[in-house]
Design a binder for this molecule. Sequence first.
Ligand code: CA
Length: 224
Amino acid sequence: MRLLVVEDDPLIADGLVRTLRSGGHAVDHAADGATADRALAQYPYDLVVLDLGLPAMDGMEVLRRARARGSATPVLVLTARDALDDRVAGLDAGADDYLPKPFDLPELEARVRALLRRREGLGTNRLILGNLVIDLGGHSAFHGAARIDLSSREFGVLETLARRAGRVVSKEQILEAMTGWGEDVGVNAVEVYVHRLRRKIEPAGVNIRTVRGLGYLLEKGAAP
Ligand code: CA
């Protein structure tokens, strides 16, 4: 497993990296938020241990950006003890678990093992946005356990938007992706597919917002 430790305190970082490496993992270390953000955009990590108070970009922002890119990598957030607001905000921003500082390394190892086990059960080729799970390998999407009935073109539009979740995607970019599959359609067809897709995924709390003159933006709705 390849893990990323994001921690600016050199002593804590050293302990984390040593412990996780001795557990047989490949471990990268980022000492600030901007470095972590770049690393997360570049590598498909299996798990991230994320401190919240960081130079360059705080941990919460690193987490939000990773989730906006569609990353489903498990994230274990390190918070100050009794910082209840941090924990709630961290979980809301997409953290999978948290550990208050100071912590014992054996407890950290146990949390990491639990998150990695959970991830094994989930498979890897998935994008998770709120209650919407997109199985990229199986070309299917699920609202919880229920499969959403999508045509192959609708799925293609969904994948194009979901891979850039939180960012505006132009009709031309969607059209380009569709043309890439040997489809010969016009810009008006994109509007039709987006319209139909929107109705189908809205029950899962995921909205496709029209950004006038620019295109569409897939936004994750509030978690229930
Ligand atoms: Ca810190």
